[in-house]
Design a protein around this ligand. Sequence first.
Ligand code: UGA
Length: 449
Amino acid sequence: MKLIVIGTGYVGLCQGAAFSDVGHDVTCVDIIEEKVKMLNNFSKGISNQLPIFEPGLPDLIKKNCEAGRLKFTTSLKDGIKNADVVFIAVGTPPNEEGKADLTALKKVCESIGKTIEELGKEYTVVATKSTVPVNTHKVVIEILSQNTTKQFSVVSNPEFLAQGRAVKDCIKPSRIVIGTNDEKSKDIMMNVYKPYERQSIPIYLMSNVDAELHKYAANSYLAAQISLTNNFANLARTIGADWNKVKKAVLADVRVGDFVHSSPGFGGSCFEKDVEEFTHSFEKYGCDNSLLKEVLRQNRLQKQVMGKKVKDYFGNLNGKTIAVWGLSFKPETDDMRCSPSIPLLKTLVKEGARVKAFDPAANEESKKIFVNFEGKDSIEYVHDKYDALEGADALVLMTEWREFRTPDFKLIKQKLNRPLIFDGRDIYTSQEIKENGFEYSSIGKPDIK
Ligand code: UGA
């Protein structure tokens, strides 16, 4: 089938490439010329740079561009004439009030409407992949109707990819949700996803509003689970229990999901944004949103925990050097959006510490956020995790990248001024910490002195 994907961010690019990989003929459209140029240069082998870092994506794009199934352009007209489905995958970032900003989405709808009118295309399926507030399909229908007299159907087809494994999630999604209110577009969408049937991936058919609600409900469940988990983990540490052991037994009950890993709070571009937007939808429709608000409040508090730990330990951070391992909001991504490492670094710098930071992928992203922060140049970025420890008074672990999981504890001890580890992800066991003679404070285990 011929598909157009508008927007080449995480969702559009990964989904577009994945669609082409199952044999569809895909055109990815973006209005940012440099991005499209970068993608075209990449596909022709002129450069090896992509606009985003995502494991497996370079190979997937290369393979499908070479096979002629994947193209990049700035022109919506290119290919829309014969497109079976037009996917919208533009960003819906939060505005100042925490509501989803639909500016890009609305503009795209206007352009689609005008283009199908101009081309005289008889019927078009427009599917929204972007995460949009409940009932946005009505807005999409309204804008399209204002710009074209031709026939169209609007489908809500949310994505469930998680960064760091976005390619895997697009190739083998946990489920496919197709929200539409008419039979014609349902049949076309079923054809788009036909290649996935063989992998026994469940397809859920529902109405537009059901599909929109589903996306926010799924993310809010996960976010709520993390806030609840972090509450339990904080209590565990205080009463001398080990959340890492407790969680395994809790997980034995299949009715409990798997987001039960203690953390310095959830980050990323989705959970905070979506839960916040969801609270506004509750409010708009006169429903009580206090539980979701509490999930967000707990997460804001949790994000302060690591900074507070370090501050409380030293009392005064002036003249101290702190090594930080991991900056991205989770492993396998260079994304720093809403990362818990941001409040940590802010606290450390404000309190007068010097920071030596290492992240396998996010050093550059972090530099952009902290350039000239507080008028100081207190953060040094290094390219090897052990270099960060040289002359540091403590190590703070913020992201559970694989390379941090079994480090050389003897070397850590040798390089640090003081054998002291703050573990934001509870990745080290109390036993290995004791055996190697460290002082240790984590989220969900008793402190080791
Ligand atoms: C999330 C969802 O997991 C996806 O299903 C969804 O499609 C996506 O949002 C979206 O809306 O587009 P993502 O934000 O990429 O994906 O990453 P997650 O793996 O969910 O992690 C989010 C945050 O939760 C990270 O900071 C992670 O460290 C934290 N987390 C996760 C915990 O603190 N504890 C856990 O047990 C699991």
